[in-house]
Write a new protein. Structure first.
Length: 172
């Protein structure tokens, strides 16, 4: 799924980097930045955001989790364009987000203050959320922002992909 997502992102970003463990991901042929726990907490999505923002040399940073199989290049391009037109630290819908480099210190402070979730960390940032109506333009079936965390959800994804293939939906 990482390679699939990297291919989706490639047309809309200057480079694609995996945030994670080099020993698990280096065989994919993508640069890997290690994630390090901040404030003695377990490594999680927000630690990955910090690792990405510490490493980046660009102002806008598209950061997505690796478990969203229905994302599209068109949606990611729209998200990046929306962030470029915004002055917010963060432009987001679900876990698909574009962070400005300047948000790094605020994200680190939120983690150090004990914030555990993406949603709670947003309160430390100036942010904009993409409206549901805008998402629906890219997502007629309602699957775009699905993430898969369980074997049951993976089975549902396989069913949806099979239905899309049988309907000859382009790209599937």
């Amino acid at each position: 799924m990482l390679v699939h997502l990297a291919r989706l992102m490639d047309p809309v970003v200057t480079s694609v980097t995996v945030i994670g463990h080099a020993e698990l991901h280096s065989h994919l042929g993508l640069p890997v930045i290690p994630t390090v726990a901040i404030a003695d907490r377990q490594i999680d999505f927000m630690n990955g955001v910090v690792a990405a923002l510490r490493h980046t040399g660009v102002e806008l940073n598209l950061i997505i989790p690796c478990d969203m199989p229905f994302l599209t290049t068109e949606w990611l391009g729209y998200l990046v364009a929306s962030a470029a037109a915004s002055r917010a630290d963060l432009v987001t819908k679900g876990f698909c987000s574009v962070y400005r480099k300047r948000s790094l210190s605020k994200v680190v402070r939120s983690i150090e203050a004990g914030i555990r979730s993406f949603g709670e960390s947003m309160s430390w940032l100036e942010y904009e959320t993409i409206k549901k109506a805008d998402v629906l333009r890219f997502d007629p079936d309602g699957y775009l922002l699905w993430d898969i965390d369980t074997p049951q959800e993976r089975s549902l994804v396989e069913d949806v992909l099979e239905k899309r293939r049988s309907r000859n939906i382009p790209g599937w």
